[in-house]
Design a protein around this ligand. Structure first.
Ligand code: SF4
Length: 86
């Protein structure tokens, strides 16, 4: 997992293989993430979030991705660097 500072760095230096994940055991359905980054987060019929697709984030999403991680009230969103997965 990467914190917001590392997420920022990954996206800034263009190395971004960064993907966002929602922990379904923590998500409380506040919907903040989907308001901030609707291209990535989809809400189900009860308002719980999941990440749409498996594409890495692009630089145009940088600021909003950092905000989504920071502003999730349940701290349910994690950023994962693909280099750290292996
Ligand atoms: S902001 Fe957090 S708690 Fe709210 S829907 Fe998104 S992941 Fe779930």
């Amino acid at each position: 997992m990467v914190d917001s500072a590392r997420l920022n760095r990954c996206l800034r230096d263009g190395s971004s293989g960064v993907r966002l994940h929602v922990d379904p055991t923590k998500c409380d359905g506040y919907g903040v993430c989907a308001e901030i980054l609707p291209e990535v987060f989809k809400l189900d019929e009860w308002g719980y979030a999941s990440v749409e697709g498996d594409a890495p984030l692009d630089a145009a999403m940088e600021e909003r991705a950092v905000r989504a991680v920071a502003e999730c009230p349940a701290k349910a969103i994690a950023a994962q660097d693909s280099e750290e997965e292996s």
